[in-house]
Design a protein around this ligand. Structure first.
Ligand SMILES: C[S@@+](CC[C@H](N)C(=O)[O-])C[C@H]1O[C@@H](n2cnc3c(N)ncnc32)[C@H](O)[C@@H]1O
Ligand code: SF4
Length: 492
């Protein structure tokens, strides 16, 4: 492993936990699991020159015997206005087939750079990966299996939309037959005028039952449904109807995403969302899901009705619990080692051309590579671990060679004193027997104060960015009052 980078001056002194907590709460739209914040500023000192990418990646992976893999498929029928992912415009199957060839070449490049490794999980995400026809997907899965050994617990997961699952049962069957064990289907919301406002193409709620029947009939072992809340134009009643609808479909798991407005087509609407309705919707979801038999500890966003099953894919589970190394293939995909994080070409432009050019020229298609100091790597691991509402102490110590208590003494003291977190024995993750299960977990009060609590663990530069930044709602109010003043001046 290469050593951690030296922290820049902005990352040397930690901020006062009380101020950080307040700043995270105030900036609740951006203080969440999507770390880092303002990377153009906070990660600028750590950006690596493009010419050094390949050699640094190779050394960063040196000690990672077991890794996870993610393949990004950026196609969708239409781009939903709320989507935060790297998605290209509507393309026909030819574009998808050319793209799968690029993915295959990227896989081969990494295979020759890294040599033999074991995979603990493999996620095929997007975009809408099930846009790709079954033979092409089978080829990709086959290439991955040939390129890597598989570690115990290895499993593959894929994402789909209701439209594809309801209209293409043969594809669902073929995916399950090629050994894809878990499937996740995005329903998001069911309110028709909200769907329209979000630019989400739908083929009717009555098709959801059919989609579920096809998924069950295909033989997937694990089935998740994604829902979204916290939209400006979402009423509590419509959220309740969405939850009722999803519960009636009886998936194994339901994952809730609070809308993150940053960099989406409707980002201006964030200013209309205050914390109060968001918390009300989260509470309603937790109560309804719990009474329907879906369990999640405070702060966790995947609810599972299968005992001792976290509900997440093998890839994500390892990422969340252990902060394990993963390789991301495809447009804009993210790669994470113990000391580096990189984003592939297309992350910013959302265009395939630069990615294709890099591959054609035999170069790793990396747009930005950051060699990070301990402060940011810890923050990244912890931000992701908040998907499960807890930080696993043993996993943290194994990764960073320092205990959680030593790394964050004042922050943990604050979180305990304020009743935001408590020491517990984790219920998430009997599937990693070599880890001890001691965890620093969110309390129900901490889950309600998620955005402030997570910020306690961010690196100093990100904390100070949050402290000095006005919240979006404040900016909106200021803009509105400036407008009022301007209007008054005009009238005068
Ligand atoms: C990569 S998307 C793909 C799912 C699939 N294409 C679909 O739309 O059903 C995975 C999930 O991320 C969530 N998501 C998308 N945009 C989001 C945003 N701006 N904030 C929070 N969650 C988001 C949605 O719940 C979505 O199902
Ligand atoms: S939410 Fe899903 S279908 Fe909509 S644009 Fe994003 S990835 Fe595509």
């Amino acid at each position: 492993m290469i050593p951690w980078n030296k922290p820049a001056p902005a990352d040397v002194n930690r901020q006062d936990p009380e101020n950080v907590f307040a700043a995270g709460t105030r900036n609740h739209h951006i203080s969440n699991t999507a770390y880092p914040i303002a990377h153009n500023v906070t990660w600028k000192p750590y950006r690596v020159d493009r010419n050094a990418n390949a050699s640094l990646v190779e050394s960063a992976f040196a000690d990672a015997e077991t890794i996870s893999l993610y393949s990004h498929i950026p196609f969708c029928e239409t781009r939903c206005y709320f989507c935060e992912y790297t998605v290209v415009g509507k393309k026909e199957l030819d574009a998808a087939s050319d793209y799968m060839k690029l993915l295959s070449r990227e896989l081969a490049m990494f295979r020759s750079l890294l040599g033999e490794r074991s995979l603990s999980g493999f996620d095929i995400g997007g975009g809408t990966p099930s846009f790709v026809n079954a033979p092409l997907m089978a080829e990709h899965v086959d290439e991955v299996r040939k390129a890597f050994r598989t570690a115990p617990g290895f499993a593959i997961s894929i994402e789909t939309t209701p439209r594809i699952a309801s209209t293409e049962p043969e594809k669902m069957k073929a995916y399950a037959d090629m050994g894809i064990e878990r499937i996740s289907m995005g329903i998001q919301v069911v309110q028709p005028d909200l769907l329209k406002h979000l630019g989400r193409s739908e083929n009717g709620l009555d098709h959801h039952r059919k989609a579920c029947d096809h998924i069950r009939g295909a033989g997937f072992k694990k089935f998740n449904i994604d829902l979204m809340y916290g939209f400006a134009k979402q009423s509590d009643q419509s959220w309740e109807a969405t939850l009722r609808h999803a519960i009636a479909l009886e998936p194994d798991y339901i994952t809730l995403y609070r809308m993150r407005y940053k960099l989406t087509r409707i980002s201006a609407e964030a200013a209309d969302v205050t914390l109060e309705p968001v918390l009300r919707q989260a509470k309603l979801a937790s109560e309804m899901l719990r009474s329907a038999g879906y369990i999640a500890n405070p702060g966790k966003n995947t609810y599972s009705r299968i005992p001792k099953d976290t509900g997440t894919s093998a890839y994500l589970t390892r990422r969340v619990i252990e902060g394990s190394t993963y390789l991301g293939l495809g447009l804009g995909a993210q790669t994470f080692t113990d000391t580096t994080i990189s984003y592939n070409d297309g992350a910013a432009s959302k265009s395939i051309a630069p990615y294709a050019k890099s591959i054609a020229e035999g170069r790793l298609p990396i747009q930005d590579l950051y060699h990070l100091p301990l402060e940011h790597m810890m923050a990244k691991m912890i931000a992701v671990s908040f998907y499960f509402g807890e930080i696993r102490a043993d996993a943290f110590e194994k990764k960073f060679k320092v205990s959680l208590e030593e790394a964050f003494p004042r922050e943990i003291e604050f979180a305990l004193k304020e009743g935001l977190m408590h020491w517990s024995i984790s219920e998430n993750g009997q599937e990693i027997p070599e880890l001890d299960r001691r965890a620093l977990s969110l309390t129900p009060h901490g889950a309600r104060n998620f955005n402030g609590t997570i910020a306690l663990f961010f690196a100093p530069s990100v904390q100070s960015y949050l402290i000095h930044r006005q919240s979006q709602a404040d900016m909106h109010r200021h803009a509105a009052s400036a407008q009022l003043v301007a209007d008054k001046n005009d009238a005068a």
